[in-house]
Design a protein around this ligand. Structure first.
Ligand code: FES
Length: 95
């Protein structure tokens, strides 16, 4: 497992190169939008401003430079931009 830096809407997190970005953002306490978690709906899309990802089974429509966070694993440090403000979930004690 390689450690990578994930910068999302200007906030930098420490991530890894083996989990999908959506899961990693959720583990960091962020709440990006999603529906299917299967590469179909497109709800989890964001812009990949820098870096590279391994993206599997993306059936949703994507514009140039966009990725599906539910299907993408970082291959390097990445910079992501969501076109909305990400909500931060409060973590429960002992989580
Ligand atoms: S959550 Fe549906 S494509 Fe990612």
């Amino acid at each position: 497992m390689n450690r990578v830096q994930i910068t999302v809407n200007g906030q930098t997190l420490v991530g890894n190169s083996h989990q999908h970005l959506l899961e990693q953002l959720e583990h960091a306490g962020l709440a990006p939008e999603y529906q299917c978690r299967n590469g179909v709906c497109g709800a989890c899309r964001c812009k990949l401003d820098n870096g590279s990802v391994d993206q599997k089974d993306a059936m949703a429509y994507l514009s140039a430079g966009e990725i599906l966070t539910c299907q993408s694993t970082p291959l390097s440090d990445v910079e992501l931009t969501f076109d909305y403000q990400l909500v931060t979930r409060a973590k429960a004690v002992n989580e």
